[in-house]
Unconditional design. Structure first.
Length: 276
């Protein structure tokens, strides 16, 4: 059977946290249980403001015993460095951006790839999406895979319900409204910066004022920011959109009262809403 995988070079900012105190420091700053990460392992995580809203949503990986990597959407690396450095008092570790590459191989299992020199091969597992991220100081496109574009990744990201910094999340976002708090935060680890808001909202049956859902429709893709209505009532707005075949997929920030699945409208275009 021919290899149908696609390799996509994706811009990501990478921050290295290195030193004897790196693990303990990150354990107190990130929402994920850093203590539980083995060398070569990774997990999604939030970096939060003291009040609990989002500074960054990213991945934390353990490259070696005292060497951790944080990779985040391009343009947010300096923000991560500034936020982590702010509380770096009497702590023996360094925090700096590094010039690393990321290649995502879509429709491929991580077990089929060796890590790039000095780097990591990390599984990407979301509903309807299987891929591997090759992260390292220098990463070549793997042989045998077709070369994909950023649009190939974007359409799959959206269809899988994966949020992105700058699209579904910014500094006003409550982590629980993103649809990824269950996989990005530990509710059994000790305290970390911003934990109180996450725990409080998680314990409320009513949830958050808004949440992210998936959408799809037929026809030309509407613009990001377009209003979404359900039964003629304003329900939310599009946060990410990508053309797929003769239609499109989208992520939508909807109000708490909107039940899903649901049929909705973007202008004159009907769309279907589904939970992430």
């Amino acid at each position: 059977m021919p290899d149908t995988s696609l390799a996509v070079r994706r811009p990501r900012d990478v921050v290295a946290v290195v030193g004897p105190d790196a693990r303990a420091y990150l354990q107190g700053q990130l929402s994920q249980d850093v203590d539980a990460l083995e060398v070569g392992g990774s997990a999604e995580t939030f970096l939060l403001q003291p009040a609990g809203k989002v500074d960054a949503w990213m991945r934390v990986s353990r490259l070696a015993d005292d060497h951790y990597l944080l990779d985040v959407e391009a343009g947010f690396g300096s923000q991560v460095v500034a936020r982590l450095t702010r509380f770096l008092l009497r702590t023996d570790c360094t925090i700096e951006e590094v010039d690393w590459d990321l290649v995502t191989v879509i429709d491929a299992e991580a077990s089929g790839f060796s890590p790039p020199d000095g780097g990591l091969a990390l599984p990407v597992e979301w509903p309807g999406l299987v891929a591997v991220d090759l992260l390292g100081p220098s990463v070549e496109l793997p042989g045998g895979s077709g070369e994909g574009s950023s649009l190939d990744w974007e359409s799959r990201r959206i269809a899988a319900g994966i949020p992105a910094m700058g699209s579904e999340m910014d500094s006003t976002t409550i982590p629980n409204a993103t649809g990824v708090v269950e996989r990005s935060a530990s509710f059994t680890k000790g305290c970390y910066t911003g934990q109180e808001l996450v725990a409080r909202v998680n314990s409320r049956p009513a949830g958050t004022p808004t949440r992210i859902v998936r959408a799809s429709g037929i026809g030309p893709a509407p613009a990001v920011g377009s209003e979404v209505t359900v039964a003629s009532d304003l329900a939310g707005h599009l946060t990410s959109v990508a053309t797929v075949g003769e239609g499109f997929v989208a992520l939508v920030s909807v109000r708490r009262a909107v039940a899903t699945p649901a049929e909705a409208m973007v202008g004159a275009t009907p769309i279907s809403l589904l939970d992430v």
